[in-house]
Write a protein that binds this ligand. Structure first.
Ligand code: G6P
Length: 475
């Protein structure tokens, strides 16, 4: 059997680096700010690890290269594949379908064909990179067919899969014309990880109903004798890293500067999201606008800063959302603003981690109101930065984080009145009340960081499955 050199392989749609151009014109790669790479970097370094992913540009072949002790293996995508596999099937079919169809998913056969083709390319690449018996960890909804494709090529590998987004209720998943193929694709893994226990249960139920395999609790029994474990591993952040950053004099000074430039209002509310229709931006801005127009909050007293990071800009639903939010912000500021007093400061841009930490430090109320979200790491980042035990978190009950951050001001983002009263409660809470809530949330976030998450997953993946003995095969 032809094998490669890496004992640990991560496969994700994107490589963990961004390409930047230095002042002298040289092209450099910079590690992307995400938590996943922070957690996996040490494992990669100590295992001669490799990361397989798309480097972000269409119609371009980039040779494998080493970066920060990691071996990076770019997978090329043609322009058509970016449209059909990435923007199409991944982000206009699966993304809305898996997020409670908050936007209508589109089903196109040619998008599916591209998804199959590109998944095969990732699997073939992994088959050449992985050493005999290596551990391979496949990430997220863009690559759900890779586990089985890879197992067919390399049965010697230990394969894990983690879904970073929600797995939908069975009734919604059934809409997918290729539902069986997706389930069978995932079953190539030894361990399939989800954010929430309910998602793992949905998956197991679907496998039983649609594929007909026997299951017992979180275990799936395949006819060839193999077993697949489906379990929840709620993801987290580099909590200590965020706290450390928030404590730096630069961030503290920048937070003060932000407050100053907003006119030192009594309350700063903050939203930071990718500009995505799952995030509930419209609902939260409407709620805030109404609080001001009804006089529950005075325009001199509060500012809402909304950072919306540009995302998937060529996908139709994202274009519509962008126009929609532009109009809504314009309307609120036009209706209730005064000269020098814009109630909403809207920034359609992405910022480095340091600026985010300063914004978190400056914000009295963090507003995180997705209509559906696998976890939501912004909520956890805010908590990690509030080492002063102050600040309030308004959090949608439809974010995975809600089951961990129980002391947040939890809201149903579809209920505008309910959201208004919770935002008002957060704005008017005493420091004592906020301190009590924040302390409880900080205990959760600081004790359950991304390193623990990665270790838990990898330990289960590489264990000898004594679990099999505990859960014997049903007859
Ligand atoms: C979500 C997904 C990730 C994805 C990220 C950014 O967090 O779970 O897989 O990488 O969004 O989206 P993008 O389409 O820019 O990769």
């Amino acid at each position: 059997m032809a094998t490669g050199t890496a004992d640990f392989v991560v496969i994700a749609n994107r490589l963990p680096v961004d390409r930047v151009t230095a002042p002298n014109g040289d092209t450099l790669w910079r590690t992307s700010p995400g938590g996943l790479v922070t957690a996996l970097e040490p494992v990669m370094k100590s295992n001669g690890g490799a990361w397989i992913g798309w480097h972000g540009a269409a119609d371009e072949k980039v040779k494998p290269f080493d970066h920060n002790g990691m071996h990076l293996v770019p997978v090329p995508l043609s322009n058509d594949e970016v449209e059909e596999y990435y923007e199409g099937f991944s982000n206009a079919t699966l993304w809305p379908l898996y997020h409670d169809v908050v936007a209508p998913p589109e089903f196109h056969r040619e998008w599916w064909d591209a998804y199959v083709r590109v998944n095969r390319r990732f699997a073939e690449k992994a088959a050449t990179v992985a050493n005999e018996g290596a551990v391979v960890w496949v990430q997220d909804y863009q690559l759900q067919l890779v586990p089985t494709m890879l197992r067919e090529l390399r049965p010697d590998l230990r394969i894990g899969f983690f879904l970073h987004i929600p797995f939908p209720p069975t009734e919604l998943f059934q809409q997918l014309p290729w539902r069986r193929e997706i389930l069978e694709g995932l079953l190539g893994a030894d361990l399939v990880g989800f954010q929430m226990p309910g998602a793992a249960q949905n998956f197991v139920r679907l496998v039983r109903q649609r594929v007909g395999h026997k299951t017992h609790r979180d275990m799936i029994y395949l006819p060839d004798g193999r077993t697949v474990l489906a379990k929840a591993y709620p993801i987290s952040i580099d909590a200590a890293g965020f706290e450390e950053l928030a404590r730096t004099p630069e961030v503290i000074a920048r937070a003060a500067e932000i407050r100053e430039s907003l006119g030192n209002p009594r309350t700063i509310l903050l939203g930071i999201d990718r500009l995505d229709y799952t995030k509930g931006l419209r609902q939260r801005l409407r709620a805030f606008g109404e609080l001001i127009s009804e006089g529950s909050v005075h325009v001199d007293d509060a500012v809402f800063v909304q950072v919306a990071t540009p995302s998937r800009e060529r996908v139709q639903q994202y274009k519509l959302l962008r126009d929609d939010i532009n109009r809504l912000v314009g309307r609120i500021n036009g209706d209730v603003g005064r000269i020098g007093q814009q109630p909403v400061t809207y920034l359609h841009a992405s910022y480095p981690r340091q600026e985010m930490a300063a914004l978190y430090r400056a914000a009295d109320v963090m507003v995180v109101t997705p209509l559906r979200d696998g976890m939501n790491l912004v909520a956890k980042e805010y908590v990690a930065c509030r080492y002063d035990d102050q600040g309030a978190l308004v959090l949608s009950e439809f974010a995975g984080a809600a089951s961990e951050l129980k002391s947040a001001y939890q809201v149903n983002p579809h209920d505008i009145n309910g959201m208004k009263s919770m935002m008002l409660a957060a704005i008017n809470a005493s420091p004592r009340e906020n301190g009590r809530r924040m302390k409880a949330m900080r205990k959760q976030v600081m004790e359950n960081d991304i390193e623990l998450w990665a270790n838990n997953f990898l330990e289960e993946l590489t264990s000898d499955r004594e679990l099999h003995e505990k859960n014997p095969r049903p007859v």
